[in-house]
Write a protein that binds this ligand. Structure first.
Ligand SMILES: [Zn+2]
Length: 442
């Protein structure tokens, strides 16, 4: 049998650090001859903490393996399970820093493998990775968060199958935000980046990445997200930026809409105040390059919606019951490239939507600019400017250990309106400016 070596090329990086779990189990079974192209196999690797339980059943027949398991843990743990049938493969990896529970049941038979998975994690951080690989196409899904408050972590109820073609479907929620809304469109990738307002005033984060790629097409290689080297020098470091891996075409003049609905009218903002703040955030990025990144002005629409791939870039206010503050959802083509002025390749961006949670209040008055949930009021332009940075192709700098505490960057863990020079505006850090110029030139 052939173990697929195709690597998950989704750009999002979540770096999780765990205490080494104390109990490990590894299970490998294969049915069918080793050289048989249609052999079936199961590989399971568990590292469970002290306060955990695991039970599983594996049935092995002639070219068929049926497997089910149930795991629960209150300390750091990781589960990985892979099932193969010839060129079809399903892989599950769940890593959790705290309380989690998960169960799955699957079968690998001749020419097909299928499984379902349900699980949840509620600790400080957790990460789920799935892949479904087949001769026709591969689908990947990654979801993770850090800075959880013990309530709204990760919930998954998913089905996966690979039988010539691959599919992943079902429901996924990360910090209260639906990750798979709109499903997994063919030949398309999506990255959702979100901020979470922790009760103590800090920001947490959550992310979902999905990708569907056709295996019969040439797959361009994109240089991976930038990594920085050296030692942390100072606040407002000009090297403190990260690249998300996508870029728009030159002078894209990205047109954004503001959805006008009862969620917007429920805020104490007029559509005019909101569009002015959102335009200022977009124009702030425009001003850093010679390119026309965003179209001037923002139109309003009561019908255009965020969270769906429809060709329209939409800012929308929505009620989310968790502490999620805001998120951007950007789609890009996994087979089309764009090059920056230095000639480096990126995936071509297709669409970007941004959502603001009306569980919090939003203001456009600079006199009330603290991001602390104690006031429950957030400054719209700051948050929009961060999320529009993702739209442009920048990643979060707080993922990098060197720059995690560089609070000058709008793409970092800023904790107020980012008014660095106290002139009443939202300011970029030096790294934000370097990053956008890397992508689109000076
Ligand atoms: Zn972000």
């Amino acid at each position: 049998m052939r173990f697929s070596a195709k690597k998950l090329s989704i750009i999002l990086l979540l770096i999780l650090v765990f205490i080494a779990p104390t109990h490990g189990i590894k299970i490998c079974v294969a049915a069918g001859e080793g050289s048989d192209a249609q052999g079936v196999a199961l590989v399971k690797d568990l590292k469970m903490g002290t306060f955990s339980s695991f039970s599983g059943n594996t049935l092995i027949g002639d070219r068929i393996v049926a497997d089910s398991w149930y795991a629960r843990s209150s300390d750091p743990s990781s589960i990985s399970s892979m099932m193969y049938s010839g060129d079809n493969a399903l892989k599950i990896s769940l890593i959790s820093a705290g309380p989690m529970g998960a169960s799955a049941s699957g079968v690998a038979g001749s020419h097909a493998v299928a499984t379902d998975l349900s699980g949840r994690a509620d600790g400080d951080q957790a990460q789920l990775r799935l892949s479904s690989e087949s001769p026709n196409n591969n689908q990947y899904l990654m979801a993770g968060y850090e800075g959880g408050d013990g309530e709204d972590g990760l919930k998954a109820n998913l089905r996966m199958a690979a039988a010539g073609s691959s599919g992943i479907s079902g429901d996924l929620e990360v910090m209260g935000v639906k990750g798979l809304e709109g499903g997994m469109p063919g030949e398309m990738a999506m990255v959702l980046n979100g901020l979470y307002a922790k009760p103590d005033g800090d920001l947490g984060r959550f992310a979902v990445a999905t990708m569907d790629v056709n295996n019969h097409r040439d797959r361009p290689e994109v240089s991976s997200a930038s990594t920085v080297s050296g030692t942390y020098s100072d606040y407002n470091d000009p090297q403190a930026y990260a690249l998300a891996g996508w870029r728009w075409q030159d002078n894209p003049s990205i047109k954004f809409w503001l959805r006008t609905d009862r969620y917007l009218s429920g805020e104490k903002l007029t559509a005019g105040q909101a569009t002015a703040a959102l335009s200022s955030a977009a124009e702030a990025w425009d001003d850093q390059t010679g390119q026309e990144l965003f179209a001037n002005g923002i139109s309003t629409s009561s019908t255009k919606a965020a969270d769906r791939l429809d060709g329209f870039n939409v800012h929308a206010f929505k009620y989310i019951s968790s502490g999620a503050l805001a998120y951007s959802r950007t789609y890009y083509y996994p087979s089309l490239l764009e090059y920056d002025p230095q000639g480096r390749p990126y995936y071509r961006a297709a669409e970007s939507d941004i959502v603001y949670n009306t569980k919090y209040s939003w203001t456009t008055s600079i006199s009330n600019t603290k991001l602390y949930p104690a006031t429950k009021t957030f400054y719209l332009q700051t948050v929009a400017q961060h999320e529009l940075g993702h739209t442009c192709g920048l990643g979060d700098t707080y993922l990098d250990a060197l720059y995690k505490y560089d609070l000058a960057q709008i793409m970092g863990f800023y904790n107020d309106a980012n008014d660095l020079n106290h002139d009443g505006g939202v300011d970029f850090g030096a790294g934000d400016v370097t990053g956008i110029k890397q992508l689109y030139g000076s």
